[in-house]
Design a protein around this ligand. Structure first.
Ligand code: ZN
Length: 72
């Protein structure tokens, strides 16, 4: 769970819809791939078992929000 929070924190804030990319994983030597679409987002580290998650996001919401750590 801590790795997942760290990975989310490493993402750029307010990812535009229908875009994705990679950021260096803060927990290992891998790369975290992220994708953002209309009603959700996903992230997945290139290192198996590191971190992976999908999110359902309300339409029009900004994700990740700048202060995500407080609620995660
Ligand atoms: Zn990782």
């Amino acid at each position: 769970m801590a790795r997942l929070v760290a990975a989310i924190t490493a993402l750029p804030t307010a990812i535009p819809l229908r875009t994705g990319g990679f950021v260096p994983c803060p927990s290992c030597d891998g790369q975290v791939r992220y994708d953002r679409w209309h009603r959700g987002a996903s992230l997945c580290c290139s290192t198996e078992g590191c971190c992976e998650a999908r999110f359902n996001i309300a339409a029009g919401a900004v994700w990740p929000a700048k202060r995500l750590g407080a609620e995660a």
